[in-house]
Structures are given as C-alpha cells and as structure tokens.
Design a protein around this ligand. Structure first.
Ligand SMILES: Cc1ncc(COP(=O)(O)O)c(C=O)c1O
Length: 382
C-alpha cells in the first residue's frame, strides 16, 4: 500500500533525538528550530518524560473512559496550577483539530446559537468545523461550508461589534498569536475589547492556544499577556511533547452532560503520563521563563539584521518577514548548516519554534548560520 501523498517531505530520516537536536541514520546532527511543528516543548526524549511514559506502559497503557483514570485528575490539577485556570474544567482528546471541534460544539450547546466569528489568516485545523473557521479556502471541501462562519479582519473591533450585536453568535475563535499565517500578534487592546464584547453579547470567547500555549510565548498562555480570561481554551501540540494529546478547558459555568462530548482514546493512561511529565519538566526547569528570555534574546538580535524586514512574536514563537520568499534561506539553513526552521502560510515569512529548553549557545549557533547565509548570498539581496 502506498502512503496518501499529502505532505512535501525532506529526504531526512531522523532516528534519534535529544534536547534541541536530532540525528539521522548516518549520524548527522540537526539543530531543531522548528520543534517538529511547535510540538516539542520540554525537548526531545527528556529522561523524565521517557521514564513517565515507560513506567505507565509497564502497568497499564490504555483503558476506556468507562473506568476511573486518576491520571486524568492529576493532569487537570497540574494544568490548573501551571495555567492559573484552577476553576476551569478539562476535556481530554487527541489532536488540535478535535479540541477545536469540541470547543465550538460546547459554545453552541451553551449558548443555543450557531454562528461563529473567526479571523482572516486564522488556522484552526483540518477537520469539519475546524477547517471551516480556518481562513484558507484551499483547505476546505464543499462539505466545509455550513454558512455559519463569518471572518473579520484581525484587530478590527468595530466589525466584531457590529456582528456580535446581532445576538446570533455562539463563539468568537481566535489564536493567542496566529501561527500558520506567519506569526501575527493580535493587539492587546483588541483582545481586551474582544473579551468585553463577548461578555456583553453573550458570546463564548474561545482562545486557540494550540500553537501559542504551553509556555511557547513566554507566558503559559499567550492571552495572559493581555490580562484576559477566555470562556474556552484549546490546547494540543506542546502538551504531550509529541505524544498525541489535546484538551479543551471550559469555564466553570459551562455545564457538562453525559454524552455531550466523547472520544475513545482521549485521556488514556499513556497520554496522561506524557502530559503529566511535560508539566513537571516545564515547572522544574522553568521552561516558561526560559522561553521568555531566549525569545527576547533572539528577537533583539534578529531585529538588528538588515535583510529581515520585520520580526514578530513573543517568546519562542517568532516570525521573520523578508522582502523575498524565505524558502531558499530555509533550504540553505537545512542543507548547509543542518538547522530545521518552519515555513508559513505567507511565503515571505520564516517561523522559529525551537524547543522551550533551547540554550543561548544553541540560539547563537542558529544566529551565526543565519547571518552567514544572509551575508554570503547576494541573490537574496534585492
Ligand atoms: C492554532 C492551531 N489550531 C489548531 C491546529 C490543529 O492541530 P492538529 O494539527 O493537532 O489537528 C493547529 C496546528 O497547527 C494550530 O496551529
């Protein structure tokens, strides 16, 4: 059987990884400034994480949600403490798109409404409603057009107010920082006003923190920078450091009923062991703080480089925009310096999403390679 060919792939076969590094089968070392798509939070193959998952597997790896799974409560407790959202409720699932589907569904259940407001250049996943609230039309099939979704320009609060004042909207969904589209940061005042409008018109504010959460931006959640509290938060990526686990955080007023949501695999023993180990390492190794400081260090250095038109983001969620497509630059970083970086929906933007444990030396290694390429490639300078 052939693989269904939907991904462009590099001819690289990583067989081992540790911290911020990967090695291929020939022993070549790669520096990971992509984090396997913003997924690697505590670093590859962290010993505490390997131990947590291995020990759990030796006892029990999986049983369905029809029995007690105390690891789920342990994870919810740790997440409440790490995020400051102790009074929220946690629904565990398996992927970002699934978290978004469930968040939108809960907003509709809770409000009895069906319209959703999303934003231009947003990305929320590839499944049914998640892809409908995503602004990239090429990702949508005919079934992904229910007519219930409106898109507003990011930071256009007047349009948001006009729409929400109809009283028809179940939810507004917004990324803490837009990731896929090339690291677009919503204005702080916009987020604050968005919170006010959602409260005023009885609309659920959903913060999609799947990419921007779990310490990536130097706060546990990116929205915390604006001092707001959403009604619903979606999480995935960094939550399991590569183990598939995701979640929906729901404010206390949202009432659960049996059968409303469900999943076979969500919240299984192994996934919880991974999630617990991740939060323990984030706390003991102060990775949210490291993300903040390493991010500030990188952003300050990158802003001094002439050919970089703009540097956006916070913490270790960084986008660099150029006056030319970033593809050649990224290719050179990979083929000549063995450094992985991220692309984006905007071809002129390169994303940096290293593990949150990245060190200053590793940042310097990236910066040196990056500056060397820019200095020695006249074809890029136009
Ligand atoms: C903000 C955001 N939401 C949702 C998703 C979808 O997550 P998944 O690929 O796990 O379904 C992503 C993935 O890149 C994302 O960045």
């Amino acid at each position: 059987m052939k693989l269904f060919d939907v991904y462009p792939v590099y001819p690289i076969n990583p067989v081992k990884a540790k911290g911020a590094f990967l090695w291929d089968e020939k022993g070549n070392e790669y520096l990971d400034f992509y984090g396997g798509h913003a997924v690697i939070s505590i670093g590859h193959s962290h010993p505490h994480y390997v131990e947590g998952i291995s020990n759990q597997l030796k006892n029990i790896g999986f049983y369905s949600n029809s029995v007690l799974i105390p690891q789920q409560e342990q994870l919810a407790d740790a997440l409440g403490k790490a995020s400051g959202l102790q009074d929220f409720q946690l629904f565990l699932c398996n992927s970002g798109a699934e978290a978004v589907e469930n968040a939108l569904k809960m907003a509709s259940f809770h409000t009895g409404r069906k319209k959703i407001l999303s934003f231009k250049d947003s990305f929320h996943g590839r499944t049914s409603l998640a892809v409908e609230v995503t602004s990239y039309s090429k990702m949508k099939a005919l079934v992904n057009h229910t007519g219930n979704v409106t898109f507003a320009e990011l930071n256009d609060i007047e349009l948001v107010e006009r729409e929400l004042s109809s009283g028809d909207y179940a939810a507004v969904i917004i990324e803490g920082i837009q990731g896929f589209s090339g690291i677009n940061v919503p204005e702080k005042s916009f987020l604050i006003e968005l919170r006010n409008l959602c409260t005023r018109f009885g609309t659920m504010l959903i913060l999609d923190e799947i990419q921007s959460g779990y310490g990536r931006t130097g706060d546990f959640f990116a929205f915390q920078n604006a001092g707001i509290i959403p009604d619903i938060v979606t999480i995935a990526k960094g939550m399991g450091n590569g183990f598939p686990i995701a979640g929906v955080l729901l404010k206390p007023e949202i009432q659960p009923k049996h059968g409303m949501l469900g999943t076979t695999f969500g919240g299984n023993h192994l996934a919880c062991a991974a999630g617990i180990a991740v939060l323990e390492v984030i706390e003991t190794e102060h990775l949210v703080e490291n993300s903040k400081y390493m991010g500030e260090y990188l952003i300050e250095k990158l802003r001094k480089i002439d050919l970089v038109k703009s540097v956006r983001g916070r913490g270790l969620m960084i986008g660099m925009e150029f006056d030319f497509p970033a593809a050649d630059l990224r290719k050179k970083l990979l083929t000549e310096y063995n450094i992985f970086t991220g692309s984006s929906g905007n071809q002129n933007v390169m994303r940096l999403l290293p593990p949150l444990c990245v060190t200053k030396e590793e940042c310097d290694r990236f910066l040196e390679a990056f500056e060397n390429i820019l200095a020695n490639e006249p074809f890029l300078q136009h």
